[in-house]
Every structure is written in C-alpha cells, then in structure tokens.
Write a protein of this length. Structure first.
Ligand SMILES: Cc1cc2nc3c(=O)[nH]c(=O)nc-3n(C[C@H](O)[C@H](O)[C@H](O)COP(=O)(O)OP(=O)(O)OC[C@H]3O[C@@H](n4cnc5c(N)ncnc54)[C@H](O)[C@@H]3O)c2cc1C
Length: 356
C-alpha cells in the first residue's frame, strides 16, 4: 500500500517502477522510474543531490494533492517527502513560533495548533497535503492564507547547493503562487510559522463562514468552532479527502480565479445578464472561476467518460474511477475552451503538471 502523509516510515526507502497514481489524490498517473521515500531533511537533500549528480531530473512529491501526473509517469527519480515533526522555537505571552517539517501532514499541524490554543491557521483546516507545500502556492481558504502566518521557509537551493532561510519577501507570495511554484530549483525542508496565543480564531474574514457561525465578518469565535465550521463547509463541497467519495478524487480547485482588468470586467458584464461574483485584486478584479464555468453551461456532475466535474463543486475536476490523465486533461481543455468561447476569459490550472 502507498505510504500516506502521517504514516510512520522507518527509513529511507528506495523502490523502482512505482505507480505514482497511488501517491496522488486524483489517483491518476503512470510510473516513476525510481521512488525514494525520505524521512529526514538531510536524506531529502542527499537524495536530491545524488540524483542531480547522476544526471537525473528529480521531482519532489509530498501529499500529491496538487499534482497532475501524466499517464507516462516520471522517467527519473521522485523524492517522496515524509519528514515529520513540530518544534516550538520561541514562545511569549502573545506569540508562539513553531517550525514544521516539510513532510508533516498539514491538517495534523492545524489540529495541533488548535489543541495548544494557537490561532492563525484554523480556517486552513482540512486542506490535504503537507506543511512544506503550503508556501509553494501560498495555500489559502476561507479568508486565511499561508503568508498570513509564515515567518520563513527553510530551503535547499539546488543552484547554490546551500540551505537558506527565505523570509516573507524572498518567498514572493501572490495569489496561489510564490517563488517556489513550478520551479524545481528549491526544496522546502521546513516551514516556520508565528501563531497567536489565543483561544479564539483570528477575525473571520470570509462572509460564508461568518454567516454559518452566526457572527459578523471581523468577529472571532472559539478555535474549535472555526475549525468545525470550515470542515463542514469543505465537506459539503467535496473538499475534504474521503476514500469513499469520488468527488474528492481531485486536486481541489482545478482552475485559479482569473484576475482581469476593469475593461475586461466591463466586457464580461456586457456578455452576461447578471453581476459576476468578483473581488478587488491589487487594482484588478478577481472573478469566480466556478461561476464562469457554470455560466458557460457546465454543471456539477458533468461527465466525460471516467472523469467529470464533481457533483458538489463546479471547480473540482474528478476521477470517477478508472480514468486516465489524458481524459482529465481533455475535460479541462473542454471546460477552459467553453468558458473562453462563451465569456472571453481564459482559465488557467492551479495544480502542477508532472511528466508532460
Ligand atoms: C480535496 C482537495 C482540497 C483542496 N483544497 C485546497 C484549498 O482549500 N486551498 C488551497 O490552496 N489548496 C487546496 N488544495 C490543493 C493542495 O491540497 C495544496 O496545494 C497542498 O498544499 C499541496 O500539498 P501536497 O503536499 O499534496 O503537494 P504535492 O501535490 O505533493 O506537490 C505540489 C507541488 O509542490 C511541490 N512541492 C511539494 N512539497 C514541496 C517541498 N517541500 N519543497 C519543494 N517543492 C514542493 C511539488 O514538487 C509540486 O510541484 C486541495 C486539494 C484537494 C485534493
């Protein structure tokens, strides 16, 4: 059985011709020539170095929840991160600074923080994958994002062959992106967060969450209540992994919300009868990709062979069982083309493609 994030793995394990579909939440993808499972940052760096020195192109995989692996797989070495652990570095009356190993299960870390009375990540409850991947795309949900609490990422730079500390500015965070995304120069070995010592959440920013909790945007609620509410919302959208539910055999949101200029927004408004859901984005306008997909005529549950749009959320493309990556990519293209033809906006994928 494939190792999952959070499993206890004794040592560095090396295997050949390994089916990568077992390590991806989409359950799609071909084989890796070699898979090296590492349980320490040191082993991860060593494995990466030796593969590079052998002329290979190593790929770093953690929880496999934001990757689309080609049917052909990866012709070289995959390094599977399973280093774990949370270390308190500093503590005051107001803050606690914690370092989390990259391969540590993200949601286990969130649960730990809540149980310790630490706030700042409670609305990121239920996001699959590893702590080390959270800076890669500046993971965000329900009004919180990684850059709100991240102090620094410990990074092995394959170019300089050194371990360096990347602060907020060096991470160059943006909306679902950072300096690390689609960039194999860096291996994040640990992430350091500064959390607030508080039994209550940070101010709730997301209107849906505030409504559900019966509070106003800007209010705070007990940490456990914030987590329960977010998990409940996420489950209703198939956004919490569940072996029994093919709506969760996905990468979460397949497309990012497009950010467009005010002129483009005006053109969009002319094409549709109603006001598109939108938010300000640094002088531009972010439009809901899920809404655009719906407007283009794609409904929840839309099927194309063994893949389809989730029955719970228009933005999640799912493997209904027995699908292939080619089928999924054809569905993604059909949706993106449909939106572009009908509404004049091109959607771009959020996950990383591997082996294409
Ligand atoms: C059901 C579901 C719901 C989701 N909900 C959300 C959500 O609400 N918000 C959100 O932002 N995302 C969401 N996602 C996407 C995904 O969970 C996150 O992006 C997550 O952080 C990916 O972590 P991972 O460990 O699975 O990364 P992987 O899929 O293993 O890797 C993703 C990319 O990051 C790179 N990478 C991973 N770890 C490292 C490292 N330590 N150093 C260098 N590179 C690394 C990989 O090489 C790859 O390019 C969801 C996914 C699913 C399946």
């Amino acid at each position: 059985m494939a190792s999952q994030i959070g499993d206890n793995i004794p040592n560095r394990i090396e295997e050949t011709d390994v089916n990568l579909a077992e390590y991806a939440t989409l359950r799609l993808g071909g084989p890796a020539k070699r898979l090296i499972t590492v349980t320490t940052s040191h082993d991860a760096i060593t494995a990466l170095r030796s593969a590079s020195e052998a002329g290979e192109r190593p790929f770093v995989l953690a929880g496999g929840s934001n990757v689309i692996i080609s049917d052909a797989g990866w012709p070289s070495t995959v390094i599977l991160l399973r280093n774990q652990g949370v270390t308190v570095l500093d503590s005051s009356a107001e803050y606690v600074t914690v370092r989390v190993a990259a391969g540590h299960n993200w949601d286990a870390f969130v649960q730990w923080a809540i149980s310790e009375g630490l706030s700042g990540v409670e609305c990121l409850s239920g996001i699959p994958g590893s702590a080390g991947a959270t800076p890669i795309q500046n993971v965000g949900a329900y009004g919180q994002q990684t850059c709100d609490t991240l102090l620094s990422a410990t990074v092995y730079d394959r170019m300089s062959r050194r371990v360096v500390e990347y602060d907020q500015a060096a991470c160059r965070f943006g909306y679902r992106t950072s300096v690390f995304k689609r960039n194999d120069r860096y291996l994040v070995t640990d992430v350091t967060f500064r959390l607030y010592r508080s039994p209550n959440s940070q101010p709730i920013r997301y209107a849906e969450t505030a409504r559900k909790l019966g509070v106003d945007v800007g209010d705070t609620v007990p940490l456990a209540e914030a987590r329960a509410s977010v998990l409940d919302s996420r489950r209703s959208k198939g956004m919490v992994l569940d072996d029994a539910d093919p709506d969760t055999y996905s990468v979460g949101s397949f497309f990012v919300n497009p950010v467009i200029t005010s002129d483009e927004f005006e053109a969009l408004q002319k094409r549709v009868a109603t006001e598109p859901p939108h938010w300000p984005a640094d002088g531009d306008i972010k439009v809901s990709a899920a809404w655009l997909i719906g407007q283009a005529g794609f409904e929840k549950g839309y099927r194309r062979g063994n893949v389809g749009i989730s029955t719970k959320h228009t933005l999640a493309l799912t493997n209904r069982g027995g699908g292939t990556t080619s089928e999924l990519m054809a569905l993604a293209e059909e949706v993106a083309t449909g939106v572009e033809e009908k509404l004049g906006i091109r959607l771009h994928p959020e996950p990383v493609t591997v082996g294409f």
